[in-house]
Ligand binder design. Structure first.
Ligand SMILES: [Zn+2]
Length: 140
């Protein structure tokens, strides 16, 4: 059932390891390999979604586990210093995410969030992406 080639797999995993835009680039590579076409960073949409599928009216956000405060996550480590500062900042990031997602839904867009930590399980992620993009249902 593995639709992607070993070459794609290794390109995705190499992107995961690269810094900064790693997770986002990995998801883009995977989505493209699965045959879907998208636009990037439509800044006229709330939250500037990372991948936009205008024909399907769907968007994907690729969230870093730290900056987007993925609390129940092995990849999230609460900072040990300046705890209040970080708690405030990360909580605000998460609230902003929620506000943006709600605004998108109100505009009729379906929203999927992919967490950085999910990219390690490529087969599962691949299934999740296909389900989201092919169906009328929404996957959070
Ligand atoms: Zn995570």
């Amino acid at each position: 059932m593995d639709k992607i080639s070993p070459e794609t797999r290794s390109r995705v995993m190499a992107a995961v390891r690269s810094k900064n835009t790693g997770p986002e680039r990995a998801v883009r590579t995977l989505v493209f390999a699965l045959g879907y076409r998208y636009r990037l960073h439509r800044n006229d949409l709330p939250g500037t979604p990372d991948l936009v599928f205008p024909g399907r009216k769907k968007v994907i956000f690729v969230n870093g586990c730290f900056w987007h405060f993925h609390q129940r996550c092995a990849g999230f480590r609460a900072p040990k210093s300046r705890v209040e500062f970080w708690e405030g900042k990360l909580t605000r990031n998460r609230q902003r995410d929620r506000v943006n997602q709600r605004a998108l839904r109100k505009l009729g867009w379906k929203v999927m969030v992919i967490w950085e930590c999910e990219i390690k399980e490529l087969a599962r992620l691949q299934r999740k992406i296909s389900e989201f993009l092919d169906s009328a249902a929404e996957i959070g």
